[in-house]
Design a protein around this ligand. Structure first.
Ligand code: GLV
Length: 328
């Protein structure tokens, strides 16, 4: 777009996104500031670079709170490159008239793939046996070696049958799993479409499941949703899979459940805190498969997310309908 027709103002992008996304922003904004270092900006750096901007393109690891918004009174939009937006103080943004957007409908299938990857990896001991093979121990093969548990034919308990939960359920159908779910509101249409049985009570669902997969947003109601009593309700042969948010699970309770055999194992892509400190005792648990918040991390999906975040930022600054404004 010719300079005269560009959005008069700066957008700060908190990571060095793919060139076509940065180019799209350069085509529309008179100024584009990109955070070049590999790691995230510290809160002070984030505030400094956001001051004077009309738009901010953030990641889930960037905290957008009242202090940041107050440092940037010209800000019109925060385009979060994630479907979740628990890193943003929505009420503070609404009070200041700042539009908040997310990136739904482009990452759900990819995240569901990740939930399945964790389920298969932990139940079939893929990571432990990979390490053992690399250590030169294949020669010790024995019929009792690295026994795991079947995913096919098992009962999958899904907590939250939204777009990601239902994508996991569709995959589970291909593995002949029995699919059960719980949700704040019964999802009659979706449950019929994916062949899932509704279990109103979370603890009942936990007690009936061989795999429990979490697909709820982080809110006050879901923080520590899975704690000591919930681990006690699970079968000792069951696995917990978490690709939602780390804070949905109480970390101390998870550690204890893995240590004392209350559950067979866990596959987690998210932790509380995040990142997990390198000396955290969870990392010593061989019955845990852990990945660093990679749910949507494929080449194609990350481009789609970034482009959607860019389109949201552009729309909010040009007065066009904003595709993915969130209200809380
Ligand atoms: C990732 O965690 C997301 O919310 O998209």
């Amino acid at each position: 777009m010719p300079d005269g027709q560009k959005i008069a103002g700066r957008v700060f992008v908190t990571r060095d996104l793919a060139p076509p996304v940065i180019q799209r922003l350069r085509d529309e904004f008179s100024e584009v500031d990109v955070w070049e270092p590999y790691g995230p900006p510290a809160p002070r750096e984030l505030a400094e670079r956001t001051t004077g901007c009309v738009a901010l393109l953030t990641m889930v690891s960037d905290r957008v709170d009242a202090a940041l918004l107050d440092a940037a009174p010209t800000l019109k939009v925060v385009a979060n490159m994630a479907v979740g937006y628990n890193n943003v103080d929505i009420a503070a943004a609404a009070a200041r008239g700042v539009v908040i957007t997310n990136t739904p409908n482009v990452l759900e299938e990819t995240t569901a793939d990740m939930a399945f990857a964790l389920m298969l990896a932990v139940a079939r001991r893929v990571v432990e046996s990979d390490a053992d093979t690399r250590a030169g121990n294949w020669g010790l093969w024995h019929p009792g070696l690295w026994l795991g548990n079947d995913v096919h034919g098992a009962t999958l308990g899904i907590v939250g049958l939204g777009t990601i939960g239902s994508a996991v359920a569709r995959r589970a159908g291909g593995f002949d799993m029995r699919i059960k779910y719980t949700a704040r509101n019964r999802q009659s249409e979706t449950e019929a479409a994916v062949g899932a049985e509704y279990v109103p009570d979370l603890r009942d669902l936990l007690g009936q499941s061989d795999f429990v997969s979490l697909h709820v947003p982080l809110t006050d109601a879901t923080r520590d949703l899975i704690g000591v009593p919930e681990f006690r309700a699970m079968k000792s042969t069951a696995y917990l899979i978490n690709t939602s948010r780390g804070d949905v699970v109480n970390t101390d309770a998870l550690l204890a459940a893995l240590q004392d055999g209350a559950i067979a194992g866990a596959g987690i892509d998210v932790t509380a805190p995040e990142p997990i400190p390198p000396d955290h005792p969870l990392l010593k648990q061989s019955n845990l498969v852990i990945t660093p918040h990679l749910g949507s991390a494929t080449h194609a999906t990350r481009i789609r997310m970034a482009m959607l975040a860019a389109e949201n930022a552009i729309a909010a600054c040009t007065g066009a309908p904003v595709p993915n404004a969130v209200t809380g």
